[in-house]
Design a binder for this molecule. Structure first.
Ligand SMILES: [Zn+2]
Length: 309
């Protein structure tokens, strides 16, 4: 597959803010994936459905699209009996995302999600198991031509580090570390489930060679909270910042957690995020191509106004 982007992601960020994509998991469900089934296996078995979702994001104006590999590590795929397909699933994902951009320039971000367990001594997984799983996934994504690797929805520095090191060893052209923060019960601040605050995460990522510091998902992290996080990152590091907030706050509907902020509601937070210095804006749970299209219009208007000044 030919690469359509000649510019490096980090170079592109020098000129302008970039638009990411929206949720993948919910879109897979809409396309027919059943709860608990393996969405990543669709890269091999239903590639046209994955492609159709990512095309809608490309058409909505995404500059960067994450591969459908959130649960694409050996440890995650093992739960679905897909371990023999680890490399093929990750490589196919990169090809599909590249194809989604078609002739339009765009960056393929290889997605590494949490391995889904706890490291020793809290859990059953050894550091070596997780390191091997992330190394394998990162290599497959980079070998297939990913423009960057994002290690996302991270809550512990130990697991984040294994992901960053795997991306580095694989020769990723750009490494993004993305934390999931939860707003504290009293609402005064936010930190990860493992107690990491944005300052600590940013320092740690910079120290260990990430190129972009990011946040995604989390609980209670709407656009305004994301803006606060960007400010806190920017006070701590000079690295570019990426954000992928959820579509508002979680609500329980029919025993299911939903995020239902509309594009119109969510897009009011775009200019404040750009003012705060965010370099890549995407969205997480509950967001759709319609949200991303609204983001595109807002980012373009913001950049036009700031050029005119
Ligand atoms: Zn999310």
């Amino acid at each position: 597959m030919e690469k359509t982007s000649n510019t490096r992601l980090l170079d592109a960020l020098q000129d302008r803010a970039l638009l990411g994509d929206g949720a993948m998991g919910t879109q897979l469900m809409i396309a027919g994936l059943e709860q608990g089934n393996c969405g990543e296996a669709w890269n091999l078995t239903q590639p046209e459905r994955v492609l159709a979702i990512q095309r809608r994001y490309a058409e909505a104006g995404s500059d960067c699209i994450l591969t459908n590999t959130f649960g694409g590590s050996r440890i995650m795929l093992n739960r679905h009996g897909q371990v023999e397909n680890v490399v093929a699933i990750n490589q196919a994902a990169v090809r599909i995302t590249r194809e989604a951009f078609g002739a339009q320039p765009g960056f393929v971000i290889g997605d590494i999600g949490p391995f889904g367990g706890l490291l020793e001594p809290y859990g059953d997984f050894t550091e070596e198991q997780v390191r091997a799983a992330f190394n394998e996934q990162a290599c497959a994504l980079v070998d297939a031509g990913a423009d960057a690797i994002i290690v996302e929805t991270q809550t512990s520095l130990e697991e984040l580090l294994l992901g960053i090191q795997a991306a580095k060893e694989a020769g990723a052209p750009c490494i993004i570390g993305s934390m999931a923060y939860d707003v504290t019960l009293d609402g005064s601040t936010f930190r990860t489930m493992m107690g990491i605050d944005p300052e600590r995460a940013a320092e740690f990522m910079q120290e260990h060679g990430a190129d972009i510091v990011a946040l995604n998902c989390g609980t209670g992290m709407d656009m305004e909270r994301a803006r606060t996080a960007v400010e806190r990152y920017r006070k701590t590091t000079g690295l570019p910042v990426m954000v992928q907030p959820n579509a508002g706050l979680p609500k329980l509907v029919n025993m299911k957690v939903v995020y239902d902020e509309t594009p119109e509601q969510m897009v009011t937070g775009v200019a404040p995020l750009l003012d705060a210095g965010a370099s890549i804006l995407g969205a997480c749970c509950g967001s759709t191509p319609a949200h991303i299209r609204a983001f595109r219009q807002s980012i373009d208007a913001y950049q036009y106004e700031n050029q005119a000044l």
